[in-house]
Design a protein around this ligand. Structure first.
Ligand SMILES: [Zn+2]
Length: 241
């Protein structure tokens, strides 16, 4: 095999790995952001619950306050009962006492409903809190794993880039320039294996004379169809169909 092609094959493999690592590095922070978003949604659910609980508790306190005021009024009416002069006045006072007593009854019913709601909400909140706790721990572990992967990928990327740089320095600059141009237009794949009389890059049949040149390994040969650099590797694994 042409010595530069041997290096270019290695370079292409390295650059494929570099591309994958770069893609991973771009993707991984988004994974962390998605985890935080998930956790944020659970937290805001808990916040909304908390606000609802506060609202109901405030409503209950308000009712309790009103009941107290009404009770004071009733006891005032009761104390006036012994002072009234006429039957009408007496009846009117009793009517007021009954009326306000009924109001208190209704408010107390409201308070009971309120308290039941509060109890349900508290139970729900407890569950949500436990769930959030679990989720927070889980996300913490996942984030740690992703951060570790980011760190490892950075190290790998750095090493591969240095390896690629060292390799490029050993390749004939003109051949490397051609490789780079083809790689740019062919999504990073500038070399294609010639196997079963086909270019494995574009799967178009290679003319026998061209195939002979590729197998000879004395010069750089291009695919007539996709313009990739062709190479011959007889002992490579068979082509999958
Ligand atoms: Zn081709």
């Amino acid at each position: 095999m042409h010595p530069d092609i041997e290096k270019l094959i290695e370079l292409q493999e390295l650059e494929t790995r570099i591309r994958h690592a770069t893609g991973r590095l771009a993707r991984l922070p988004r994974e962390i952001a998605a985890m935080e978003e998930r956790l944020g949604a659970s937290r805001s659910l808990l916040d909304r619950q908390e606000a609802e609980l506060d609202r109901i508790a405030a409503e209950r306190r308000q009712l309790e306050g009103e009941i107290q005021i009404i009770e004071e009024r009733i006891s005032k009416y009761r104390s006036q009962l012994s002072d009234v002069k006429t039957n009408e006045q007496y009846k009117a006072l009793l009517h007021e006492i009954d009326y306000h007593g009924e109001r208190i009854g209704k408010m107390e019913d409201e308070i009971l409903v309120n308290m039941e709601k509060e109890e349900d909400l508290r139970e729900e909140r407890l569950l949500l809190e436990r769930q959030l706790q679990k989720e927070t721990a889980q996300v913490g572990r996942e984030k740690q794993a992703v951060r570790k992967e980011i760190e490892e990928t950075r190290i790998e990327l750095d090493r591969r880039q240095r390896e690629a740089g060292a390799l490029i320095a050993l390749i004939d600059p003109e051949i490397y320039g051609t490789y780079r141009k083809i790689a740019t237009v062919r999504k990073g794949v500038a070399l294609a294996r010639a196997a079963e009389e086909n270019c494995q890059g574009c799967h178009v049949r290679i003319r026998p004379s061209v195939l002979g040149q590729v197998m000879g390994g004395k010069q750089i040969v291009y695919c007539d169809s996709c313009a990739r650099i062709l190479y011959w590797q007889p002992d490579a694994s068979p082509v999958s169909k």
